[in-house]
Design a protein around this ligand. Structure first.
Ligand code: PRX
Length: 636
């Protein structure tokens, strides 16, 4: 029996039971056998969810890039590590071998050092999905700098907030990016952001589009000439197991984004282990995850997990609709992709298009299909299963979070029988449970509650950068000695989990987490706006879309409402990014409030979802009369 690679259901159960009976022993065996350590640990685990504090493999020393690159050189030096598929198919794919990756990462690491980056420094990376993004991430890890990748769809303000929150001293960016037919001028977004970031001394610019950009003397430097003169050998900096590896921001239901801190050894072990099992990865496979490296999915399952296993990982720069809706399937056929991992929102969008787009391509190389980021509806699941997998490739509905670092609940393909919409069973080492409103654990099956995790796993985020109290309050205060996920879930008759969605004010739109508070803050900046409340409502493709209820100041009431709607969405785009734009904006006379002044979002959610039959008791509201008015004027 192998703990590392589970091949059938019985083995899963044996491994799972062992992982729960003796977690330290379980993870120690995996860490010993499958990774390269410069020094072994003194202690496998110490933890206290009250503080909260979690440490894995304390005393161990390593560098994650030696695990992702160096140790493969002897046996896989000429194997493709990164397979880059550009936005424009005519540009041609690039195969970057492990040998080449080693050189490119080392060279970039030396450039960073020359620019004064040292171990522990934070480096912001704001790049499109081009090889330099993965290389920059690994170059930081090579020298012990902490990378903070910001998705290149975020606005200047959002970028500046993230740069300043973790005090980055350098940014790696590009002149622009390609997305389908569009060319986006990323450098001017960076310039605008850097006006608000006094801590940034250097900006290294990758040339991608060749567009005209302004380069600020003393601060902005083209990366290419620096790479040309830098040494291509760079010894890996030896890191302690609990040294931070990266910071990645995720939205909270309130306040500014949370910089989740992931550390080195535990994250490495878990991302590699979960990758191997969830995708049943084998040496000759070509694995493709369509996420952006700006999200956790890209960190764990484009970069670290696959490379730790010596895999070929495909990076795609473009969009599923360019040059047409067959692009995904064309790439699968062209590169004989074996595992394909995407978001339900992409599946829903593609399922709306002509079936020919899928059927004209040979998808017979596929062995495993994955989904992530939001609940997948049955219809989308069946379309994926029937037309992409041809009922031959198991679908892994993987549930996890930025905070968990790796996949937590998922079928193991070819082992766990799948049921549409169920993430099914916890991976080894993961101990989920459901809690009720009275903070009691719900035992037994066929139950529903709030999803918590009872025991630490190696890749749990260790803190929120600069705000440990917020970390404790958000994840460890709702239930004693438990990590609270913020999600609701059902456990069915056989113990399978089905995630029902967020139970807080986070809304998942097209697989992206959006907190309502930052969007409301952006709206409230508009001089005509008095107050606003955002809720989610079901949307065919995005899963959820955003509905804004906005009350205007007297001065705003005379304004043209369409213009106001445009201005409000522009403000949101400027402050956060286009992903947070509202689909519907209803101007209302007031917002329903409790007597203590809290907005009753429950009522607003129901109205936006066309479910006004049972609004509950509204008589206790401060202003019950507004409810009917809002219903009468609802945009549904
Ligand atoms: O609500 C869950 C949903 O996405 C949230 C985490 O979002 P984020 O940190 O951005 O990470 C997304 C990629 C890992 C979760 O709290 N979610 C994620 N996967 C699933 C899901 N909801 C249902 N089913 C899933 N498979």
């Amino acid at each position: 029996m192998s703990n590392y690679h589970i091949k059938h259901l019985e083995e899963y159960w044996q491994v799972y039971r062992k992982s729960v009976r003796n977690p330290e022993n379980f993870w120690e065996e995996i860490a010993e056998e499958h990774f390269l350590w410069r020094k072994k640990w003194d202690k496998v685990l110490s933890w206290d969810f009250k503080k909260p504090e979690v440490k894995w493999f304390e005393g161990a020393q390593l560098n994650i890039t030696e695990n992702c690159i160096d140790r493969h050189l002897a046996t896989r030096g000429d194997k493709t590590a990164i397979l880059f598929e550009p936005n424009d198919p005519d540009e041609g794919a690039q195969h970057i071998t492990y040998n080449q990756l080693h050189k490119r990462v080392s060279t970039m690491a030396n450039v960073l050092k020359e620019q004064g980056v040292a171990k522990g420094d934070r480096v912001c990376i704001y790049l499109p999905m081009i090889p330099e993004l993965a290389i920059a991430v690994l170059a930081c890890a090579r020298i012990g700098a902490v990378h903070s990748v910001v998705f290149a769809g975020f606005s200047a303000t959002a970028l500046a907030t993230r740069i300043n929150d973790c005090d980055c001293k350098i940014i790696i960016c590009s002149d622009g990016s390609y997305r389908g037919t569009k060319t986006i001028d990323l450098k001017s977004i960076v310039d605008e952001a850097l006006d608000q970031c006094p801590g940034i001394s250097t900006s290294l610019v990758v040339k991608r589009t060749g567009g005209t950009v302004s380069m600020k003397a003393g601060r902005d430097k083209w990366l290419a000439p620096l790479l040309e003169t830098a040494n291509s050998a760079c010894k890996a900096t030896i890191m302690d197991a609990e040294d931070p590896l990266f910071i990645l921001y995720t939205s909270g239901s309130t306040g500014k984004p949370k910089g989740m801190v992931h550390t080195t050894a535990g994250y490495m072990v878990y991302s590699a282990y979960s990758f191997k099992n969830v995708f049943q990865y084998r040496e000759e496979d070509v694995y493709w995850c369509t996420a952006d490296i700006g999200w956790i999915t890209g960190h764990s399952y484009i970069v670290y997990g696959p490379l730790c296993n010596g895999a070929t990982t495909l990076m795609f720069e473009g969009v599923p609709s360019y040059p047409d809706f067959s692009r995904f399937w064309e790439i699968v056929e062209k590169h004989k992709v074996t595992q394909f991992y995407t978001a339900p929102t992409a599946i829903r969008a593609l399922a709306k298009e002509n079936l020919d787009y899928v059927e004209k391509h040979d998808l017979s190389s596929l062995k495993v299909l994955g989904t992530v980021g939001e609940p997948i509806n049955e219809e989308a699941w069946h379309w994926y299963n029937d037309h992409v997998g041809k009922k031959n490739s198991p679908i892994v509905d993987t549930w996890w979070q930025t905070e968990t670092g790796g996949i937590m609940i998922s079928p193991i393909p070819y082992s766990t029988p799948t049921i549409p919409t169920f993430a099914t069973l916890p991976l080894p080492g993961i101990q989920p449970t459901l809690m009720d409103e009275n903070a009691q654990e719900i035992k037994g099956n066929q139950v529903e509650g709030r999803l918590c995790i009872k025991f630490p796993w190696p890749s749990i985020a260790r803190t929120i950068y600069g705000n440990h109290d917020r970390y404790r309050d958000t994840y460890f205060s709702a239930y004693q000695d438990m990590y609270f996920t913020g999600d609701g879930a059902r456990r069915d008759a056989v113990g399978y989990y089905r995630i029902t969605g967020r139970v807080d004010d986070v809304i998942i739109v097209s697989g992206h987490n959006l907190g309502t508070a930052p969007i409301e803050d952006a709206i409230n900046e508009h001089p005509a706006v008095a107050e606003s409340a955002i809720v989610g409502f079901p949307h065919d493709i995005k899963g959820n879309a955003l509905y804004g209820y906005i009350t205007l100041k007297q001065t705003g009431e005379a304004r043209n409402q369409d213009n106001l709607r445009k201005e409000i969405n522009q403000l949101i785009t400027d402050r956060i990014g286009p992903i947070a734009k509202l689909d519907k904006i209803q101007f209302t006379v007031g917002l329903p409030k409790t007597r203590s002044g809290k907005i009753m979002r429950r009522i607003l959610r129901k109205i936006a979802s066309k479910d006004t039959s049972n609004l509950g008791d509204t008589s206790t509201l401060l202003n019950p009369e507004v409810v009917q008015e809002i219903i009468d004027q609802a945009l549904i």
